[in-house]
Write a protein that binds this ligand. Structure first.
Ligand code: WTA
Length: 625
């Protein structure tokens, strides 16, 4: 790995408060207590942290409500301030103030209650990027229901498994959603997902296309109820479940609590983005993923910020769409993914728009390579705007490693996420758990609890322990490779496990393999990531068929149906056999080397070394096809 020398990008914007790091490092629990006090609590906690490894309960017995902190607290000074400036894919717009948002949320909380939703019940939400999505989430939070948002690109089978696993009895969906000028038939997909389940569907009219209404369905517009106040909830009361991919075929239901999670996202948002009252913030993440939960819905609203929310595809009607939005709304803070930045670079559009309102840029979701970082700095930020490269995960709830222009000045290095955030203790260790020296790749672990950490995996404490806390005793295992340099800057080096990041979306190889082998003609399959110029990674699938007939097109359709279109492999390569060890384990490392054109390495453990040339020939033929 090539490391760049430090370059002086002065990122301190309003202060240089070293005392924050000092107090955070010496007494992290009381440090986070101080941060928690910046939110409104109905009653104080009795204990700041109860730590029964690996279960943390932050701000125990403190009573709080997420929707109250996102909305009610702003009503005195900000009820007329826009909370959401919504841009439809078709160019239409909506402006929703903090006052209006509170009304919508209170009302929908009443609707949920009238449908029988009570504190602790799960509510599944399968909506496009429209303001009613945060409204539905905050309405759940208002009454203590637990939302589980399902990305609108997921298939009926994925929606169904999440509804069943979470035990949701209510599904909030829409008649459709716009994507690249077409309508995604969300209602049809939802119907298939809930068939024969005891689920009530609330259907938002977004497209007004004709839909079939079943007895279980209720139209959003026809449901009226008196608004409800926010109920006080114990700090660890679950706020949401968000399913994410791991190393097995079954997605993990990451469960987050309330008080700790809100504290974490509230503080990190202020530190990383140095948010001010006059800012117009724009994060391109879909709310169906964690970035959308933490830094589109909760953090900006907790801070009383104004943000732009965009409904559609970033490249529709063409690749300049994001720049049009930046210019139209005078965006000051822009937070996006390396994939979106590469797309902007390819289009060249930033050079033809007025982006002078920008003052701070952010990136998240995948490693950003130094040349892309530089392009972002020069062409989007015009060498004026610092870039915060923020590393974190669905499980961590909020940022863990990032430059923090809101509190300190440091030089930036293109491609490094810089340092861990105050109060977080991170280490990079070898297979035995020993800290590795600078410039050596190791596993990124977290050494003590942090407020945004997941409570557990929904309904599966033992998988929670096994997946995150068993590899290195006492430490949280992130699944990422990293290294640090002589200045203690952290460089993220991608996943160490079978999790892929395609265009920033998290997908497990096992989910795709499970879908492929469900096809009657497939005997075996193995999936790996290959580098992709635009999406960072793309998916390559190797399949052994039971009979000779080529069913590749069918297979793409199978994955689309089982998981969703984001998981469809770019390359499906039919091979006569897969490289395996004598004990029958598929050596994905060899497939990856072949697919990436890298050195194959040691093949001595292979049962049949001839498999390597078979796969190489098949893969080369596949490239020609
Ligand atoms: C990757 C997204 C490098 C990482 C917030 C992590 C990153 C996974 C960065 C979590 C970054 C996230 N630099 N890699 N700044 N941010 N990642 O759960 O591999 O969708 O483990 O959360 O994304 O993905 P998730």
């Amino acid at each position: 790995m090539h490391i760049l020398l430090a370059e002086e990008y002065d990122i301190g914007l309003n202060c240089n408060d070293h005392s924050i790091r000092e107090s955070a490092d010496s007494e992290y629990v009381s440090f986070w207590e101080g941060e928690a006090r910046k939110l409104e609590w109905f009653s104080p906690w009795s204990r700041a942290l109860e730590w029964n490894l690996p279960f943390a309960r932050w701000f125990k017995d403190g009573m709080i409500n997420a929707s109250y902190n996102a909305l009610d607290v702003h009503q005195k000074s900000k009820s007329a301030k826009p909370a959401i400036l919504w841009e439809g894919e078709d160019g239409s717009s909506r402006r929703i103030t903090y006052g209006q948002l509170l009304e919508m949320v209170g009302q929908f909380a009443g609707v949920l209650a009238s449908l029988g939703v009570k504190k602790g019940d799960r509510v599944a939400i399968y909506l496009p990027m429209v303001p009613e999505l945060p409204v539905a989430m905050l309405a759940c939070a208002r009454i203590g229901a637990v939302h589980t948002v399902i990305f609108s690109g997921f298939s009926a089978a994925s929606v169904r498994s999440r509804i069943v696993d979470s035990g949701s009895r209510v599904l909030v969906t829409a008649d459709g959603g716009y994507r690249r000028g077409k309508i995604i038939p969300l209602k049809e997909i939802a119907d298939e997902a809930v068939s024969h389940l005891d689920v009530t569907c609330v259907v938002l009219e977004r497209t007004n296309q004709k839909i079939h209404m079943n007895p279980r369905d209720r139209l959003w517009s026809e449901l009226v109820a008196s608004p409800l106040d926010a109920v006080p909830l114990e700090s660890s009361h679950p706020l949401f479940i968000l399913y994410t991919s791991g190393t097995t075929g079954t997605p993990k239901g990451v469960l987050h609590g309330t008080g700790g999670y809100l504290t974490h996202v509230h503080s990190t948002f202020r530190w990383a983005f140095d948010i001010r009252d006059s800012d117009v913030y724009f994060c391109t993440a879909d709310i169906g993923w964690i970035t959308g939960h933490s830094y589109v819905v909760y953090a900006p609203l907790l801070c009383g910020a104004t943000q732009v929310m965009y409904e559609g595809a970033p490249d529709y009607p063409d690749a300049s769409r994001i720049c049009q939005i930046l210019q139209k709304y005078g965006i000051t803070i822009f937070y996006t993914t390396p994939t979106a930045i590469r797309m902007l670079a390819k289009s060249g559009s930033p050079d033809t728009f007025d982006l002078s309102s920008l003052r701070l840029l952010g990136t998240v979701g995948e490693p950003i390579n130094p040349s892309v970082w530089r392009w972002y700095y020069e062409h989007v930020g015009k060498k004026r705007c610092p870039i915060v490269d923020t590393w974190w995960q669905t499980e961590t709830g909020g940022m863990m490693i990032s430059a923090l222009p809101g509190i300190e000045t440091i030089p930036l290095k293109p491609g490094s996420a810089t340092h861990y955030i105050p109060g977080i203790d991170i280490a990079i260790v070898d297979e035995e758990g020993r800290s590795v020296p600078p410039h050596t790749r190791g596993h990124l672990v977290v050494k003590r609890p942090w407020p945004g950490m997941l409570l557990t995996l929904w309904g599966d404490d033992s998988r929670y322990k096994e997946a995150y806390w068993s590899r290195y005793p006492g430490c949280y295992y992130s699944g990422d490779y990293a290294m640090c340099d002589d200045d203690k800057y952290v460089w993220l080096l991608g996943r160490a496990d079978d999790v892929l990041k395609v265009a920033g979306h998290r997908i497990g190889t096992a989910e795709i393999e499970g879908s492929l082998v469900s096809h009657p003609q497939v005997a075996e399959s193995a999936v790996c990531a290959i580098p992709d110029n635009l999406k960072g990674q793309a998916i390559a699938a190797f399949v052994v068929l039971k009979e000779g007939a080529d069913c590749r097109r069918d297979l793409a359709e199978t994955v689309r149906r089982d998981v969703g279109s984001i998981a469809v492999p770019k390359i499906i390569c039919v091979v006569p056999r897969l490289p395996k060890t004598r004990s029958g384990k598929i050596l994905r490392r060899i497939l990856k080397a072949i697919a990436c054109g890298e050195e194959i390495g040691d093949t001595s453990t292979l049962e049949d070394p001839g498999a390597v040339s078979d796969v190489s020939v098949a893969f080369a033929r596949c490239q020609v096809d």
